[in-house]
Structure formats: structure tokens, C-alpha cells
Design a protein around this ligand. Structure first.
Ligand SMILES: *Cc1c(COP(=O)(O)O)cnc(C)c1O
Length: 376
């Protein structure tokens, strides 16, 4: 698939055409939609359509459709409600200045969705259906993609066990949907360093757990820690490893990087607890393109705090699709309170953010063929 020229929409459109667009008798009126997409917050309003596919053990994936957005009909016995057999993804549709619509590395999300499915004992979704469903929603609801810079149509594919039964086993009936939310920046205050609570009591995952899978359960497990951070005056939480409480892993929904005095970068290695971010992967590539070394390793919290104080580490940032690249200005816990770079935005952090966003918004060349065009 990587051999395709993704700047030509023909291939994506072929995948999208597998989805039958069902009529919507109650589309949102133009004026109301325009108001809704003018300056939306993150993830609060949803577009008119959703993709939907069903899976049964006997038939496999079937019934590819784009239907009006609306409540799902679900049996109260559906096993997702009891045992949380569920996974999701997150990616954005960008409207470039010429009006064309694009996705950023949807093949990487599709591949991760398969890895998440395998871990949660759900059926894997073909990459073609993942990309096709996302593109079909974006095309059907193209008027819902904001044109204001930094505003996108945030796409949320998800899969869950819909079979009604209370025994503990993998479901024989599964649903897959894609919903879309016109969204503004995740941190509306713009590029401002965030403060991080280092959580060492409540963990989101552990060895052999589901940390590398994008599943709802990881997020429910992270909430108590997130609120402990907020109660301590921090905006985000960073988790340390559950077995030794020594190594930094990641934020609730973002990966982490450090920038060093000699220019090289470090990021926690993918040890099974950490979600392999598409942004993380892209940042590693961009830094290497800049001629910098990127070291993936276990990062000791104690060492990081020392390195920040000594000036060995000059910048720290978090990254993910929703918030892109966000500087970290402070690490706090019951035992320490350490400022990074005088809480200023680091120079290389800002450069990486500009570079990545430049590619995503079609303002900077895309040498790795990361952008997939959906429509002119
Ligand atoms: C989604 C997610 C990320 C970021 O992944 P991207 O592909 O860059 O959006 C990081 N950590 C966790 C826990 C996540 O769920």
C-alpha cells in the first residue's frame, strides 16, 4: 500500500465506494452547521453521518454503510457494557487552503487498530475497510470539515462487542462505526507549556496488560490518576511503570520526548505498556530527517529530573493526534516540583510542531507520502 501515490485520491475513493450511502432525511440545516463548525471545542459536536459495519462469527464483516448519525440500538446484555471489549482510533480530516480534504497516515491507524483488536480478542478489520470507512464519512460530510486553520474533522473509528450474553468469552457479534466531530485545538489556549503530575499510585496499565492497545479500558483506568493530577494543580498526568515505579511511560493520551543539550532526542521505548503513537513515529522520522539522533530507551524518572536541573535536558514535550506537539513546563508529585526550560516553549519543540503541522496542512513538502487525499 505504501507504494501508492497517496496524493492521488483514486485509490482512497475506490475503498470508500464499498460503503453504501443511505439517505438522511434530517440533515442539519446549512446555517446551523456553519455555526457548529465555526469555532467548535474539541469533540463536543458530531456531523450528520456515521460509517457502520457489522461482524458475525459466521459471516465475517458485512453490511458496509454510511447512515445518519444517531443513537445505537443495543441490548442491555451487550457484552461491551459488562466486560469492555472495545477499541478505538483517532485521526483528523484536514481541509487545505485550496478546499481539498486530506488524512494523515490513515494506514498507520488502520494497522494499530488491527493490533488493538487482536489484543482485545476482537476480529481484525481489513486496512482497506478502515481507510475506506473513514474516507467515506469525510466525503459524505465534507461540508462538516471546518475551513478555519487548526480546526479539523476529528474521526473516531471504534469497535465493540454487541452480542448479548453474560458469559466471559469473545463476542460472536461485533459492530464497527466511525463518527466524526468538527473540532478545535485540544488545548484552546494554544501552544503553552502544560504542567504534569507524575502518578505513581494508580496506573493505566501494567506488564502484559493492554497498554499498547487503544482501548477504552485504559482510559477508564487512567481517570483517577488524572483527577489526582488536577487536584494537585496539574493539567496532565504522566504514568510511571507499574512494576518498579521508576521509569516514565507516557501521558494519559500522549507520548513523550526529551530534547538534550547536544541536540539528540529520547523517548520511552515501546515496552508493551506504551501506546505506539502515529505522532510519536512521525516525530522520530522528522527529527532524524533533521540529522538528529533519536534514542528509544527506558527513561528513569530520577535521571530525568536530575538532567532537567543540570541542563542536560533542555526541552520536554508530549505528542499525539489531538494535541499534536505540546511542550511540558513542569513535573510535579508529592516528592518534587521541577520546572523545565523556565516554563517557556522550547525552540526545537516549536520547530517540530511547525514542521508536522506544515505537512498536515499542505504548507510544507510531504517527502514521506504521509498525506492521503480524499477529494479535491
Ligand atoms: C492515542 C494515544 C496516543 C497518541 O497516539 P497518536 O497516534 O499519536 O494519536 C498516545 N498515548 C495514548 C495512551 C493514546 O491513547
Amino acid at each position: 500500500m505504501t507504494t501508492e501515490n497517496h496524493h492521488n485520491p483514486d485509490y482512497v475513493n475506490k475503498l470508500a465506494s464499498a460503503f453504501t450511502v443511505l439517505p438522511n432525511s434530517h440533515p442539519t440545516p446549512d446555517a446551523k452547521r456553519e455555526a457548529m463548525i465555526d469555532k467548535p471545542a474539541f469533540g463536543q459536536v458530531f456531523s450528520d453521518s456515521m460509517a457502520h459495519m457489522s461482524w458475525t462469527e459466521g459471516e465475517g464483516w458485512n453490511d458496509r454503510r454510511i447512515e445518519p448519525y444517531g443513537p445505537l440500538k443495543m441490548d442491555p446484555g451487550a457484552s461491551v457494557l459488562h466486560y469492555a471489549q472495545e477499541i478505538f482510533e483517532g485521526l483528523k480530516t484536514y481541509r487545505h487552503a485550496d478546499g481539498s480534504l486530506w488524512l494523515f497516515r490513515p494506514d498507520a491507524n488502520a494497522e494499530r487498530f488491527q493490533n488493538s483488536a487482536t489484543r482485545l480478542a476482537l476480529p481484525t478489520l481489513p486496512v482497506e475497510d478502515f481507510i475506506g470507512s473513514v474516507a467515506a464519512v469525510a466525503k459524505t460530510d465534507r461540508n462538516w470539515v471546518p475551513s478555519r486553520h487548526d480546526y479539523t474533522l476529528y474521526m473516531r473509528p471504534f469497535m465493540f462487542a454487541s452480542e448479548s450474553f453474560l458469559g466471559v468469552r469473545k463476542a460472536k457479534e461485533v459492530e464497527y462505526c466511525v463518527i466524526a466531530s468538527p473540532s478545535g485545538p485540544y488545548f484552546p489556549q494554544g501552544i503553552k507549556p502544560v504542567s504534569i503530575w507524575v502518578e505513581d499510585t494508580y496506573f493505566r496499565t501494567g506488564p502484559g496488560g493492554t497498554g499498547f492497545a487503544k482501548c477504552g479500558g485504559n482510559y477508564s483506568a487512567s481517570l483517577v490518576g488524572e483527577y489526582r493530577g488536577i487536584a494537585n494543580g496539574c493539567e496532565q498526568v504522566c504514568f510511571v511503570d507499574a512494576s518498579t515505579k521508576t521509569y516514565l511511560e507516557e501521558l494519559g493520551g500522549m507520548n513523550m520526548f526529551t530534547v538534550h543539550k547536544d541536540g539528540h532526542l529520547e523517548t520511552p521505548s515501546l515496552n508493551g505498556n506504551i501506546l505506539p503513537g502515529v505522532t510519536r513515529r512521525s516525530i522520530i522520522q522528522l527529527a532524524q530527517d533533521d540529522g538528529r539522533d533519536v534514542v528509544e530507551k527506558m527513561i528513569k524518572l530520577e535521571d530525568l529530573l536530575e538532567d532537567i536541573k543540570s541542563g542536560e535536558v533542555t526541552e520536554v514535550f508530549a505528542c499525539g493526534t489531538a494535541a499534536i506537539v505540546t511542550p511540558i513546563g513542569r513535573f510535579k508529585s508529592e516528592k518534587f516540583d521541577v520546572e523545565v526550560n523556565g516554563q517557556a516553549v522550547g525552540e526545537y519543540t516549536a520547530h517540530l510542531r511547525e514542521h508536522l503541522m506544515g505537512i498536515q496542512w499542505g504548507e510544507i513538502e510531504d517527502p514521506h507520502n504521509w498525506m492521503w487525499k480524499i477529494t479535491d
